[in-house]
Design a protein around this ligand. Structure first.
Ligand code: HEC
Length: 142
């Protein structure tokens, strides 16, 4: 019984540790996140998890190789991701932070479409699976 209890406690501690990063996710966001994680594990059995820190750096860093007027993701999404962004043409972009915009990151096709376009604009190439997973991990925590 004692041993059983300590196993349960260990499991609960592990669950709450992983829940910190995933705290506010809706079921649809969780499903999308799980899909990226599963793909990363399939591509690399030693996959050790996405990194919000790496994702944040990728999102905030200036890149080269893309379009000269959009060297950084924040050019359109701004640095306050709880606020509206703007396209180059001046069209509004809804906030990226799911805490204020829970419709974000719920549709894989939509997410992939914009990663493809935005990564090409900013870096001149498509983002890798790791880059996309890292950025999503960062954004889902906002
Ligand atoms: C030229 C302007 C522009 C730049 C630069 C830009 N984005 Fe976007 N992004 C958009 C627009 C427009 C949308 C689609 C409209 C929307 O979702 O509100 C979008 C949507 C997204 C989405 C989809 C969100 C969802 O709800 O599914 C992701 C993810 C994303 N961008 C990531 C990035 C990343 C990462 C970068 C930097 C590599 C970046 N964006 C740079 C304009 C931009």
């Amino acid at each position: 019984m004692k041993r059983h209890l300590s196993l349960v406690l260990t499991f609960a501690a592990a669950l709450s540790a992983s829940a910190t990063a995933l705290a506010a996710m809706t079921p649809a966001q969780q499903a999308l996140y799980n899909q990226y994680t599963a793909e990363a594990k399939a591509a690399d059995p030693a996959f050790a998890g996405f990194s919000a820190g790496r994702g944040k750096a990728f999102f905030l860093d200036r890149h080269t190789g893309g379009k000269p007027d959009t060297p950084v993701c924040t050019e359109c999404h701004t640095t306050d991701l709880t606020k509206m962004g703007k396209t180059r043409a001046g069209k509004d972009i809804e906030p990226m932070a799911p805490s204020v915009n829970p419709k974000r990151y719920t549709d894989k096709a939509e997410v992939e479409k914009w990663f493809k376009r935005n990564c090409n604009d900013v870096t001149g190439r498509e983002c890798t699976l790791t880059e996309k997973g890292d950025v999503l991990t960062y954004l889902l925590g906002l």
